[in-house]
Design a protein around this ligand. Structure first.
Ligand SMILES: [Zn+2]
Length: 269
């Protein structure tokens, strides 16, 4: 697992599996008298790494940075983003209302997805995944953190649910499974090309103002590079089913995602 700092209050841990990103964001709360100090703020862990050793290391990563987890957030309901509770077992999980609806409609789907992955790769976990207490957040909307707030923007189209999170103080966008340097746009079950394109249009002005963009998968991007990937992705989606894959994303796995996209778009036409 790679951990980098984007800002005094923002860390990103990248999993060895699918380069899945976990963003850790903190904000102090100003005490009466105007001073701030450790332990007076809040810290949220957004999405999660995947492997058991990475999850067991995560509390130490926060501790070393002087952060204390006060809650979990997830960009969407795909199981590989929902594993924060395996690192912070008591924490509540905040998700978009659309994600809460999906998790409620498919109880156990995340735990089953994780079990299938672990079976395939012979991985042991100390405990099964339980999502615990869910907090459904209105999106678009805001989520308070310390004496600041995070902006929540709708981000559906990859799946039927999801949110992107804008961290104003650091000008960091955590966008979920969009604008990835390693994965072509994936229209999963419940997702749609129109929804995906609408989300990219919503993300565009945020990316234009961003210092960094944290995609669901792949390295952290500077704003200008993310904007270039967004343009490639709009172009790819607009041309489906006849689209060509972007040059940097043409491996076997990407071609399989593309084939599934083509099928889904044809089935809807
Ligand atoms: Zn994902």
């Amino acid at each position: 697992m790679r951990v980098i700092g984007l800002h005094a209050d923002v860390l990103v841990a990248t999993s060895r599996i699918w380069q899945t990103n976990c963003t850790i964001v903190r904000a102090e709360r100003t005490r009466s008298g105007g001073d701030t100090g450790p332990g007076t703020g809040e810290c949220f862990v957004i999405d999660s790494p995947v492997l058991p050793d990475e999850l067991s290391l995560l509390p130490a990563v926060l501790e070393q940075a002087g952060f204390a987890c006060s809650g979990l957030l997830a960009t969407h309901a795909d199981w590989d983003h929902l594993l924060g509770r395996l690192a912070f077992s008591g924490a509540a999980l905040g998700v978009a209302e659309t994600t809460a609806a999906r998790l409620t409609a498919e109880p156990g789907a995340a735990a089953r997805g994780l079990r299938a992955f672990d079976d395939e790769h012979y991985l042991d976990r100390p405990a099964p995944l339980s999502l615990g207490q869910l907090q459904a957040l209105p999106v678009p909307g805001h989520c308070e953190i310390g004496d600041g707030e995070l902006e929540l923007h709708s981000a559906d189209g990859h799946t039927a649910d999801g949110m992107a999170i804008w961290i104003p103080r650091a000008r960091v966008l955590v966008c979920g499974d969009y604008v990835s340097p390693v994965e072509v746009p994936m229209i999963s079950e419940g997702g749609s090309r129109d929804g995906y394109l609408a989300t990219l249009r919503r993300l565009e002005p945020l990316i234009d103002g961003a210092a960094y963009v944290v995609p669901g998968h792949g390295e952290v991007l500077e704003g200008a590079r993310a904007a270039a990937i967004l343009r490639e992705d709009v172009n790819y989606l607009a041309k489906l089913p006849d689209a060509e894959l972007p040059i940097a994303r043409r491996g076997e796995r990407q071609r399989a995602i593309h084939a599934a996209n083509v099928q889904r778009v044809r089935a809807r036409a």
